[in-house]
Design a protein around this ligand. Structure first.
Ligand SMILES: [Zn+2]
Length: 242
């Protein structure tokens, strides 16, 4: 996991030795080298859209879980629980039924704008793939356009689409950055996510109040310390209207 203050100068140095388009090749290099646990025996995982059949299966599984914890699934208060849990799970994982293409839906504008665009404090809720327990917090997303910009709400929608899947915070952070890179081909993208994990606070080490911070820096945010610092200062700054 990368911390906010990390400064991977060694990596950004090697990127500059690439061909005519250092930005593109640097991104490809990172995608190729990053360890990917999002696969099944090295192949793309089989992820299916949810269906009514899937919902029935999930309800049966919840029924089994209720029995397994020692409960009586037929008692009054629990009768509708399998259905409620299945519907809640479908909602919390609805990001599997969305795609980046549909989400962006052509809402990209050629504004000739080349200054940093930053959306701070995007609340997100996700489920960790290790325990299927919630982790939640705030995302800060910035990019420096290369002429093309996108509606600000789309940035929040991209965060939400990837958050509503089973995740690890590190991958979630990187997927958001890479999605923006893919859609806008900007000069750089920076994503910082701060979250608290229920699997750490409710069980395991039980450390309420602990936060995990992850970051993904692409393009100029990785290559230029000044740009990265400007971003980090902006997300630390407390606005005086709140
Ligand atoms: Zn977990």
């Amino acid at each position: 996991m990368t911390t906010v203050s990390s400064n991977d100068s060694g990596r950004s140095k090697s990127l500059n030795t690439n061909g005519s388009n250092p930005l593109k090749s640097s991104l490809l290099e990172q995608i190729a080298s990053r360890p990917d646990r999002n696969t099944h025996n090295g192949k793309a995982a089989q992820i299916k859209a949810t269906s009514e059949v899937a919902k029935e299966k999930m309800m049966a599984a919840v029924y089994t879980m209720l029995e397994s914890v020692g409960e009586d699934p037929e008692r009054e208060g629990l009768l509708k629980t399998p259905k409620r849990v299945a519907e809640a799970m479908q909602y919390l994982t609805s990001g599997y039924n969305q795609s980046l293409e549909k989400l962006v839906n052509g809402a990209i504008f050629d504004e000739g704008h080349n200054e940093m665009v930053l959306v701070r404090d995007i609340n997100f809720f996700s489920l960790c793939e290790h325990h299927m327990l919630p982790f939640m917090g705030r995302a800060h997303v910035a990019y420096i356009p290369n002429q093309k910009v996108m509606g600000l709400s789309k940035l929040a929608r991209i965060v939400e689409m990837y958050a509503r899947r089973l995740q690890v915070q590190e991958r979630l952070t990187r997927q958001i950055a890479e999605a923006i890179q893919e859609v806008l081909e900007p000069q750089g993208v920076a994503v910082v996510m701060e979250a608290t994990h229920m699997c750490m606070t409710m069980r395991g080490v039980q450390k309420p109040g602990s936060w995990t911070v992850t970051s993904a820096m692409l393009g100029v945010f990785q290559d230029e310390q000044k740009t990265r610092e400007e971003f980090l200062n902006l997300i630390r700054h407390q606005p005086n209207f709140t």
